[in-house]
Each structure stands twice: as C-alpha cells, then as structure tokens.
Write a new protein. Structure first.
Length: 308
C-alpha cells in the first residue's frame, strides 16, 4: 500500500515572514517568486522596484508586464484586508498610472472582495484589480511552499490573456526560443547535472537555482537590443561586494566581461555578461545556446569557489 504524507497549511504567515516589508516584500521581489505570482494571475512580471515612491508614500512593489510594458503595482498585507489598504491601492494606482493592481493578503474579507469586484465592474478595460490570498503549505518536515489563490480578478481576464498570448508575436518568439533551448540543453550532460531545466514561457528571462535563496543564475533574451545575457542576480549586497573583490580573477577564469551592477537603490544586485546575436538567423541558434550553457556552468563554478 502506498503511504502518503499529509499536506499541512501554515496558518500563521509570520512564522515564515516575521515582517511584512523587510521579509515578505523582499522575498516576493526576487524574480523566481514574482514568477510564481505571475503564473497565478497570467502575467509576465518584470524586475521589481521595492518601496517605490508615490508622493510622500511608497507602494510595496512597482513592476510591469514584460510582454507589453503595462504598469503594475502590488500591495502586500500579511493580515486580513482593511479599509486603509484599500484606500492605498487607489492612491498608488493613480500616482503610478497603473494598468493592473494586485492586492496580496492573508485573508480577504467579504466586504473587500465585493469592493474589488465593484471596481472591476465599474472601471474601463485600461485598469484591472486582482485580490489574492497568500497560502503556505508543508509536507511533514519539509520546507514551506508558497501559493497564491485568486479571489477576485478583472472581468474576462482569462479570455483577454488568451487573446493576448495568441496575438503577441514577441511573446511567441520568446517562447519558441526557450523551447528550442530546452531541447538543445537536454542533450548536454554537464548542464543537466548542474541545473534543472525550467518550463519555457513567453518571458524574456529564465531563472536557474544554485542552491541558495540569496542568489540565482538567469538567462535573458533581449530582442530589442539583439543580445542574450547571462547573469547572477544577488539579493544581498554583502555577497555582491564579496564577489566584486575578485572581479578581475572571475573575468579571467570565465573569459567573460561582466557589467558589475550594484544597484544601491534596489534589493537586487546583478553581475551580467552579454553577447550580440541575430535572433532571425536560425543557423546561429545552437551557437547562442552553447554560449548560454557554457557561461551558466562557469558562473555556477565561480559561485561555489568564492561563496562556499
């Protein structure tokens, strides 16, 4: 007989994120966690700006839809919904000229669910409101896993997303590129030993875990600039400075020229190398994939050498 573990919900979110701004918002701002939210609401979320100014106030996260550039604000609440945060949503949406508003909460009260539904019914199709609950689960002694559940969403959102996905040629090209990359990379034993292949999407990036929540490797296809990039995204300034102390050795060992971006006003710092490519030349695609694969392997070796 098969023995199965019991899925347990962690009711107290603050067991994992003690402080809303310092812990949850910064966790969510990491690209791999934004991707979880993006998959839930059907949007490719771009890089996040944390505590973005709106006059004398600050919205938790300001980002955009990487497929069309629409502005998105995200307001977090590790408690039940309240009137104060509902008012903030309207203020921030106005101040940022947002196209999409996402309210993440522990519990959505019925009156606020109705308020979001009313907003979606009485605003035009240039703005939409999501209300999502934050859930945490674990199995036995496993690490907790986060899940977002959509409580309210804009009218005909699923239909609009499907139409957008069908008509957006850029997203389709990016999706086809990552599918081809996965097919090619799956034959490289060294790469598949070091990394788990990710599900391809229409986004411009693909993230790869290297065993820490403080940093990860990302590949990007930036079609408007005609470049592919490989980078380490670091959610810790001390780690960035530790690597930067060895910048000359790291560039010599990898054979890559890096742009060392501390980004002092943001949570994430970045170490990026890029290669000019012709996305329209199918004969060079495998060469592009070889560069991404070899560069990712080199970066993982660098991480283990200087951060372990």
């Amino acid at each position: 007989m098969v023995s199965l573990e019991k899925l347990e919900e962690i009711k107290d979110l603050r067991q994992v994120w003690p402080h809303e701004a310092a812990d949850f918002t910064r966790w969510l701002a990491e690209s791999q966690n934004l991707a979880i939210l993006g998959d839930t609401i059907g949007v490719d979320l771009d890089e996040a700006e944390v505590e973005s100014a709106v006059g004398d106030f600050h919205v938790d996260i300001f980002t955009s839809d990487s497929s069309n550039g629409q502005k998105i604000i995200i307001e977090n609440q590790l408690e039940s919904t309240n009137h104060d945060h509902l008012g903030k949503l309207i203020t921030y949406a106005s101040g940022k000229s947002a196209n999409l508003v996402v309210w993440l909460v522990k519990h959505a009260r019925e009156e606020h669910r109705s308020a979001i539904e009313w907003l979606n019914n009485h605003t035009d199709d240039q703005i939409g409101f999501f209300l999502c609950e934050i859930k945490l689960y674990k199995i036995g002694d496993s690490m907790p896993a986060a899940k977002f559940e959509v409580i309210e969403k804009p009218n005909d959102w699923a239909k609009a997303i499907k139409k957008s996905d069908t008509n957006n040629q850029t997203m389709q090209r990016r999706l086809e590129y990552w599918r081809a990359f996965n097919e090619y990379a799956s034959t490289n034993k060294k790469f598949t030993h070091d990394f788990n292949l990710r599900k391809p999407s229409g986004g411009h990036w693909m993230d790869f875990s290297v065993g820490s929540s403080k940093y990860h490797i990302a590949m990007c296809q930036i079609r408007r600039d005609g470049v592919i990039t490989i980078e380490i995204n670091i959610n810790n300034k001390e780690i960035f400075h530790k690597l930067y102390q060895h910048c000359a050795e790291i560039e010599a060992e990898t054979g890559l020229e890096f742009d060392w971006q501390e980004l002092p006003d943001k949570v994430i710092s970045r170490i990026r190398a890029q290669k000019e490519v012709d996305f329209n030349d199918a004969t060079t695609q495998n060469e592009q994939f070889d560069w991404l694969i070899s560069s990712a392997i080199k970066l993982k070796q660098i991480i283990h050498k200087y951060l372990k």
